[in-house]
Ligand binder design. Structure first.
Ligand code: CA
Length: 237
């Protein structure tokens, strides 16, 4: 099968961090994912790398997928990361975000844990499909914090869910009908924390150029305080 959608991807260590704990993957059957690892030393890189590898192994070769399959793949990776962390003290407490989508017959299926995000740009409007699993997001939902206060909150990195964290994991998921001309954006928080929504929206609406590179450049120009990873898909059926 030939895919007509245009895809851009980019990842960058940023201007402050010494290593890139983000990971991304694009693999058949039309799956796209980003992950943002956390943990001491190299543990974050190990967690996001393991996630991407296990999810890919689990899903690759399946002919048809839905959100439940994507969820199951993340849960398999969750157990694997927990196991590796248990067997190696250096990896204790490691975890990762996981945001993945799959396109099949005009439908978008997605699954998600953490504070990386999936956005849909339709008719000039940027919609956040996923909900962050973070302490500040809970405060926003309870009306204790505004969106703009959340952006600069000192505890904004504190996640309430991460793949590989102790205990059971709940994975969000869902589906969407796609329309010709939709643009999908997967990104780690290194983008959202550096680049305001209006600028993201403007870059995604540009007629030419590599949109993933453009978004990453914008995050670097704003200070690049974190690793930044982006996948952009312009949907065409
Ligand atoms: Ca990050």
């Amino acid at each position: 099968m030939k895919y007509l959608s245009k895809v851009y991807r980019a990842t960058d260590v940023g201007l402050v961090r010494s290593g890139n704990e983000d990971a991304l993957a694009i693999f058949p059957p039309e799956c796209y994912m980003v992950a943002d690892g956390m943990g001491g030393h190299v543990a974050g890189e190990v967690a996001s790398g393991l996630l991407v590898r296990v999810v890919q192994e689990y899903l690759q070769g399946k002919t048809s997928l839905d959100a439940n399959e994507l969820r199951s793949a993340i849960l398999v990776a969750h157990k694997e990361i927990q196991q590796v962390a248990r067997n190696n003290a250096a990896y204790s407490g490691m975890g990762t975000t996981a945001t993945i989508f799959h396109i099949e017959a005009g439908l978008l299926y997605w699954a998600h844990v953490g504070d990386s995000r999936l956005y849909l740009l339709r008719n000039g409007e940027l919609v956040q499909v996923t909900r962050d699993h973070s302490y500040v997001e809970e405060l926003v939902e309870r009306g204790k914090l505004t969106e703009s206060e959340a952006r600069v909150h000192p505890q904004k990195n504190m996640l309430t869910r991460a793949v590989g964290m102790d205990g059971k994991l709940e994975v969000d998921g869902g589906q969407y009908s796609l329309e010709e001309g939709d643009t999908l954006l997967l990104a780690t928080d290194g983008l959202m924390n550096m680049v305001p929504n209006e600028a993201i929206c403007r870059i995604l609406s540009e007629k030419t150029g590599d949109k993933a590179m453009r978004l990453v450049s914008e995050a670097l120009a704003a200070g690049g305080r974190d690793n930044v990873t982006v996948i952009v898909l312009e949907y065409a059926s």
